[in-house]
Design a protein around this ligand. Structure first.
Ligand code: M6R
Length: 367
């Protein structure tokens, strides 16, 4: 049931402070700083760490969750990490080897392209790993091992709590896979500390952004097109924010790596196009500041997502949404919350079907 909420999507957005906790429950011991994931036994950890590479294969929001954790897999493991959109992977039929580990990430566990890609990798003899939310789903049955998201049933077609739980569970996986490294212990502990505060940070974020987002939705109501910029840890955020806004509002929205601005997208900037920019604090903040200046210089009206007061960003932006600051590699999980809410508010204002946007299905079981 929707309880007191008008739509399942809104309920699922608000559930996230709880669902991220449920994804960690019994898996992360905050006191002993250790991670136990049912699917990642000693033997399975060895299989992954001695593999040739890890290939993440999925679609839509699930692929964006993979992109969100990619920098941390790059950082904590000594393995090449590749990302594949399942349909493009099937079109290309690329090389897959017996000593590859192929990770299939899917809320439903039934997405046709992801399943076909799994069958392809199965034929090649690769190790198959699954992260799904649905116990007994095809992907959880056909993979050699994996973990469930445990975020509860997601009803809204637009994925919200599954995205944040996918980030949590894959973060736990990479912490488990790197737990024999003494060199990485301080970084791993920093991430675990942030995970221990995550539920509270999500709750605070929901409180902080709600009124701001409602007001922003009113102002963006007539936009014909929206751009969302980010880079580094926030590249995944801009893709996922754009996906949420386009599927809920039916307004053209594009997520762009701000490193690409000068290679074409700058031509789109004028005084009419809303440009949302992730400027939360991490090693790339100077580049985010430069992106906001580039937009401003073309008469654009940037809307900045910040995690700390920032004079330069605040002076250049037309609008600011502040969110709580967490560790850099988990910030995407916090940053997506105002974007989920913005997509929701815009859909309501436009009179769209929030829980079942036109032309879309919750589980895409045809190719
Ligand atoms: O069930 P899956 O995670 O495999 O679904 C993949 C996509 O179809 C899904 O994430 C889709 O992009 C969502 N509707 C986005 O909100």
């Amino acid at each position: 049931s929707k309880g007191p909420y008008a739509h399942f999507m809104l309920k699922e957005i608000y559930e996230q402070s709880e669902s991220v906790m449920n994804s960690m429950r019994g898996r992360l011991n905050f006191q002993t700083k250790s991670v136990m994931l049912g699917g990642l036994s000693e033997e399975n950890v060895y299989t992954i760490n001695s593999s040739r590479r890890i290939l993440f294969i999925s679609c839509g929001t699930s692929l964006n969750a993979c992109l969100a954790v990619r920098p941390t897999f790059d950082e904590l493991l000594n393995l090449p990490i590749a990302m594949e959109n399942a349909s493009d992977f099937l079109d290309r039929q690329p090389h897959v080897f017996r000593d590859d580990v192929c990770v299939f990430v899917s809320q439903s566990g039934e997405t046709a392209d992801t399943l076909r890609a799994l069958e392809y990798c199965q034929k090649k003899g690769a190790t198959l790993v699954g992260f799904t939310n649905t116990v007994g789903s095809s992907i959880s049955r056909l993979t050699h091992f994996g973990s469930h998201l445990n975020c509860g049933v997601e009803v809204g077609v637009a994925s919200t709590k599954a995205f944040t739980s996918q980030i949590v569970v894959m973060m736990l996986a990479v912490l488990r896979l790197s737990d024999d490294s003494r060199r990485l212990a301080p970084r791993r502990h920093e991430i675990m500390d942030a995970l221990s505060r995550l539920s509270a940070d999500v709750a605070e974020c929901l409180r902080m952004v709600a009124p701001k987002v409602k007001a922003l939705a009113q102002r963006l109501l007539d936009a014909k097109s929206v751009l969302v910029l980010g880079r580094g840890y926030q590249f995944a955020s801009c893709l996922e924010a754009a996906l949420k806004i386009k599927e809920l509002t039916y307004v053209h929205t594009e997520g762009i790596n701000s490193g690409e601005l000068k290679h074409g997208p700058l031509a789109l900037i004028d005084e009419n196009i809303p440009v949302i920019i992730f400027c939360t604090k991490d090693a790339h903040i100077d580049r985010a500041r430069s992106a906001i200046q580039q937009v401003r210089a073309r008469k654009g009206k940037p809307i900045a997502i910040i995690s700390e007061r920032d004079e330069e960003v605040e002076a250049a932006a037309d609008d600011i949404i502040q969110v709580p600051q967490t560790v850099d590699c988990l910030q995407a999980l916090i940053n997506i919350i105002p974007m989920q809410m913005l997509a929701y508010e815009l859909a309501v204002l436009r009179g769209n079907n929030v829980d079942c946007p036109r032309n879309l299905a919750k589980s895409v079981t045809t190719q």
